[in-house]
Write a protein that binds this ligand. Structure first.
Ligand SMILES: *Cc1c(COP(=O)(O)O)cnc(C)c1O
Length: 434
């Protein structure tokens, strides 16, 4: 096992994913390429669904936050597994629709949905729209009225929690582009406004406190604050929320030393916290929704690259350049995210070398990681970066006119292309020559 049980080495000392030789996969599909182990995604879906049904009730519906990894096939896979999805744009809605995803199981998020987005969601029959602000509330109300519809909604609330300092600070994180804050009184105001609009039917509240969180305490604080808010709304307006969506955010290990979360245990703990708080606050237990993204797909993915050059700068550091970089994984450039990398064709050899893994863009910040432990690399080696299932393909760009890599799904000893590699023709497709 290398970081995860589905990653290992074979007799040739090659890295395997789901039992398949990554060096063979690189030969067959080319590099750079995203390889995703379908069984891992399905198993993660089942873990959440089983735990949610056991602890939240039979009607529990975990949502896959599809911004983490978005293509047509993933919506089919998630639909088969019985989850709902969270979409955050017209493009994601369109992809879900194209995949035949059941619209009633879609939650539509975003802090600035356009009128076109809202009309599209209404026309598609999207089950729930998570309303972010008063402007959106008014626009949705008007559009729904014009279409003769009453849209089921949640209201996005800012509970004021900084998940990384592990403290609930009522005024902290009130400064957010998302939702309306409890601390300023604006959460109660938008609730009253929503209850007065006939084009929408509010059923509850949503919050999302952050991402890559390893601690249950911020969720405990969020559940506590949100349940007290539900009780306050009931006192002030008589409206008792039937649904509480606590967002996503549970973390995954990127490095061997990172903590590992038992997701089923986390679901059980969140349910117990909400149940206790609801009893204390004198409200009925709301239907709890969780919407994990990263923890469903990140571990499933690896990215394979071919090493192009190895540059040793005496007294400084070593650079290994690969045939991808920030266009296929911008996360180091964006927020210095740490990854585990290895030489896939010598995966059993000791990592006795350190190198900064650089991409091929004309940009000094185009790095996958700095001073990463590696097997000693040479031109032609296959370099694998692990845990790239979430926020890599989804964030990919064509910077420097690099075609985006394919997404290859492996399952049961077979590999199939889920998203084909872009071609240079794809890249110029929308350029008008006149
Ligand atoms: C990004 C996001 C998620 C998923 O977050 P992860 O950290 O990937 O689990 C869920 N809900 C909302 C509203 C989000 O913005």
């Amino acid at each position: 096992m290398i970081l995860y049980p589905h990653l290992d080495t074979n007799a040739e000392g090659h890295l395997t994913v789901g039992g398949m030789d990554t060096v063979e996969l690189a030969r067959e599909f080319g590099t750079p390429a995203y390889i995703m182990d379908e069984d891992v995604i399905r198993a993660n879906c089942r873990t959440y669904l089983t735990a949610a049904r056991a602890h939240f009730g039979a009607d529990a519906l975990p949502l896959y936050a599809s911004k983490a990894l978005c293509f047509t096939g993933i919506y089919r896979l998630v639909a088969e597994e019985g989850l709902g999805v969270d979409c955050v744009s017209g493009g994601e809605l369109f992809t879900a629709l194209r995949a035949g995803f059941p619209a009633e199981r879609i939650y539509f998020h975003g802090n600035n949905k356009t009128d076109a987005d809202l009309a599209m969601a209404l026309d598609m029959g999207v089950g729930t729209i998570v309303v972010d602000n008063e402007d959106e509330l008014d626009a949705l109300h008007a559009l729904a009225r014009a279409k003769g519809k009453v849209q089921r909604i949640l209201l996005r609330i800012t509970p004021g929690i900084d998940p990384h300092t592990h403290r609930a600070i009522q005024t902290g994180n009130v400064d957010s582009k998302f939702g309306r804050a409890i601390a300023t009184g604006q959460a109660l105001e938008i609730t009253k406004a929503a209850l007065a609009r006939t084009g929408v039917r509010p059923v509850g509240f949503h919050c999302h406190i952050g991402s890559q969180i390893f601690d249950i305490d911020p969720f405990r604080d969020a559940a506590d604050i949100m349940v007290r808010f539900i009780a306050e709304v009931k006192r002030e307006t008589g409206f008792e929320a039937e649904e509480l969506n606590l967002g996503g955010g549970l973390g995954v290990p990127y490095l061997a030393e990172d903590r590992r979360i038992d997701y089923a245990a986390a679901v059980a703990e969140i349910a117990a916290i909400v149940r206790q708080n609801a009893a204390d606050a004198g409200i009925r237990m709301p239907r709890i929704i969780l919407e994990p993204g990263r923890s469903l797909v990140a571990a499933a993915g690896i990215t394979l690259y071919t090493v192009g050059s190895v540059k040793e700068i005496p007294g400084f550091r070593n650079y290994v350049s690969v045939d991808g970089g920030m266009p296929d994984n911008p996360r180091y450039a964006l927020y210095q995210s740490q990854y585990t990398a290895l030489i896939a064709n010598r995966a059993s050899a000791p990592k006795d070398y350190r190198a900064t893994v650089a991409g091929r863009c004309c940009e000094s910040g185009d790095l996958i990681g700095e001073n990463m432990p590696l097997q000693k690399p040479q031109r032609g080696d296959i370099l694998a970066v692990l845990t790239t299932g979430a926020y890599n393909f989804a964030m990919a760009s064509n910077y420097n006119r690099l075609p985006r890599p394919p997404v290859i799904l492996v399952q049961g000893g077979k590999a199939r292309v889920a998203v084909r590699r872009e071609t240079y023709e794809d890249i110029v497709r929308n350029d008008l020559s006149e």
